[in-house]
Write a protein that binds this ligand. Structure first.
Ligand code: PEP
Ligand code: MG
Length: 575
């Protein structure tokens, strides 16, 4: 039976493939104490499950070796040994044969015995083996129960992932050769899963609310990451295939803009189109799509994809790689923006009722100068290899900005004393993503070299509407005159002190926002790499004057809808 759902188009593109449903139900409730009659069949079930588990562990080992190095990959080798340990398998086979225990229950009983035994040991090494036993046997139990085991990195057939939500690190594991798209119940355009999807160029629809409930493994899922439409077991597959074909054609047309200069219809050349990245490997996509700079390197991914706070040296290597690849074009690197929905496996943040309004980003790094120092030193050292901007996230007060800037200058003096080179044209700027900074921008501009507006957060904090919550997406209104006024205050504030104002929130690459941002005088537009050609094509088809006239009217509108009517009318000319 076909079923249609509509969510939020989070990463454009059309995907049609088999569903891979990520539902990690806790297995305990699925294991029962039913006796079995055919012990041979049950033991065969276990040996089939073991073969699958072994295959997984071996591929995980290869992937881990590539991504994380030999040492971390060795864990999976140890897991294979646990899996093949004859002592454990003899015991569960005996339970199956002699007591007619079903396979999942037998494995659980034996696993628990061994895990408890390790747990009780004094030696830390053996204590840790308890977790390994649980990990390996849970995989085995899942297979004997006929469930999927979730190792996103090992997916090796074309699928659309269907999940409640995907964490940024899960998203980072996806291999786009096989993962054709994903559909999630939670999230919106600016959740981090969406941002990652765009940088990986995987079509995604989020905020679907009930896609997991309605999908079974191996159903066919078709999705359109632009319109937010999803169809489970599509009634007219050919229609979807045509849509995919059209999307491809449109992409081909936009390619013509990749190597053109950024210029408006009336010849204004003051806008710069930049790319957002999460790791050095994303730079290629920015350059391939005609990006003129890196407007946002979200350095937190270096921290999240790790099992320790990255050292100064590890960070320096990444930052330098980006700066060098950009060959003289500026790279803006944001300092650690952690907290909120961005967590670290190796660091526990204090529990707070509202982590999005809590101890995060600059609030955290100013408090933990030991962690901050490593990053700032790495950034300053990388600045010797090309133009670099350091940008502080979540600045609310001038004092915070000054404290972060002073600390950076102290680190710079320290490096110079050590005889370490630091770039001459380093810029120190800030994100404007808290309304307190936006309304007071002209005062901030006395101290900051540049602004970059983080609309993802600025909108949520202005409207008091969580960017992750699908229940209040109606309040998440980039084109609301209130937001436009905050943007005006920010951009005018920067210009008053001859600073430049950029934007690295998702709004910068939004087709409907671009005419408004042009008219407001935004200098730099930083977006997902794949949005750059389209942004350039829109700019080429509009005059500066008509976007300024649009803004004059939009600022006086009562609501988003009125603004959108004006925008849509102007955009007709670009079609
Ligand atoms: C923003 O808030 O707009 C932004 C770019 O930062 P992030 O999405 O990483 O919070
Ligand atoms: Mg932000």
């Amino acid at each position: 039976m076909s079923k249609k759902l509509t969510g939020i188009g989070a990463s454009e593109g059309v995907a049609i493939a088999k569903a891979y449903v990520l539902n990690e139900e806790p297995i305990d409730s699925l294991i029962n104490d039913k006796k079995i009659s055919d012990a041979d069949a049950e033991i065969k079930k276990v040996s089939d499950a073991m073969a699958k588990a072994k295959k997984d562990l071996e591929s995980l080992q290869i992937i881990a070796k590539e991504k994380l190095g030999e040492e971390k990959a060795a864990v999976f080798e140890a897991h294979v040994q646990i899996l093949e340990d004859p002592a454990m398998s003899d015991e569960w086979n005996a339970l199956i044969r002699d007591e007619k225990t079903n396979a999942p229950a037998a494995i659980r009983t034996v696993a628990k015995k061994y895990a408890d035994m390790f747990e009780a040991m004094d030696d830390a090494y053996f204590k840790e083996r308890a977790a390994d036993v649980k990990d390996v046997t849970e995989r085995l139990i899942r297979y004997t129960l006929g469930l999927h085991v979730i190792d996103l990195a090992t997916i090796s057939e074309e699928v659309v992932i269907v999940a409640d939500d995907l964490s940024p690190s899960q998203t980072a594991q996806l291999n786009k050769n096989f993962v054709k798209g994903f559909a999630c119940d939670m999230g919106g355009r600016t959740s981090h899963a969406a941002i990652m999807a765009r940088s990986l160029e995987i079509p995604a629809v989020l905020g679907l609310k009930e896609v997991v409930k309605n999908t079974k493994n191996d159903d066919i899922i078709a999705l359109d990451g632009q319109t937010g439409h999803v169809e489970i077991n599509p009634a007219d597959k050919a229609e979807w295939e045509k849509r995919a074909e059209n999307f491809k054609k449109e992409q081909e047309e936009l390619k013509l803009y990749i190597n053109k200069p950024t210029v408006t219809e009336d010849g204004f050349k003051g806008f710069v189109l930049e790319g957002n990245i999460g790791s050095p490997k994303d730079v290629d996509a920015v350059l391939e799509n005609g990006g003129e700079a890196i407007g946002l390197f979200r350095s937190e991914f270096l921290y999240m994809d790790n099992d320790h706070f990255p050292t100064e040296e590890e960070q320096f290597t990444s930052y330098k790689a980006v700066v060098e690849k950009m060959k003289g074009k500026i790279t803006i690197i944001r300092t650690l923006d952690i907290g909120g929905d961005k967590k670290l496996s190796y660091f526990e943040f204090p529990h707070e009722l509202n982590p999005f309004l809590g101890y995060r980003a600059i609030r955290f790094t100013l408090d933990r100068k030991d962690i901050f120092r490593d990053q700032i030193r790495a950034l300053l050292r990388a600045s010797a290899f090309g133009p670099l901007g350091i940008m502080f996230p979540m600045i609310a007060t001038i004092d915070e900005f000054k404290a972060a800037k002073d600390f950076t200058l102290e680190c710079k003096a320290e490096l110079e004393k050590e005889g370490v080179a630091v770039g001459k044209d380093l810029q120190i700027g800030m994100m404007v993503e808290i309304p307190a900074a936006a309304v007071n921008a002209d005062n901030f501009a006395k101290y900051a070299d540049f602004f970059s507006v983080g609309t993802n957060d600025l909108i949520q904090y202005s409207m008091a509407a969580d960017r992750m919550s699908e229940n209040v997406t109606y309040l998440y209104q980039p084109y609301n005159p209130s937001i436009l006024r905050l943007l005006k205050s920010t951009i005018d504030g920067a210009h008053k002190h001859k600073r430049w104002a950029g934007m690295c929130g998702e709004m910068a690459g939004d087709v409907k926002a671009i005419p408004l941002l042009m008219g407001l005088g935004l200098d730099a537009f930083s977006m997902s790499a794949t949005s750059i050609p389209r942004a350039r094509s829109i700019m080429a088809k509009l005059t500066l004057k008509e976007t300024q006239d649009l803004v004059a009217k939009a600022l006086e509108c009562d609501n988003t809808e009125e603004v959108l009517v004006l925008v849509d009318k102007l955009l007709e000319k670009t079609l």
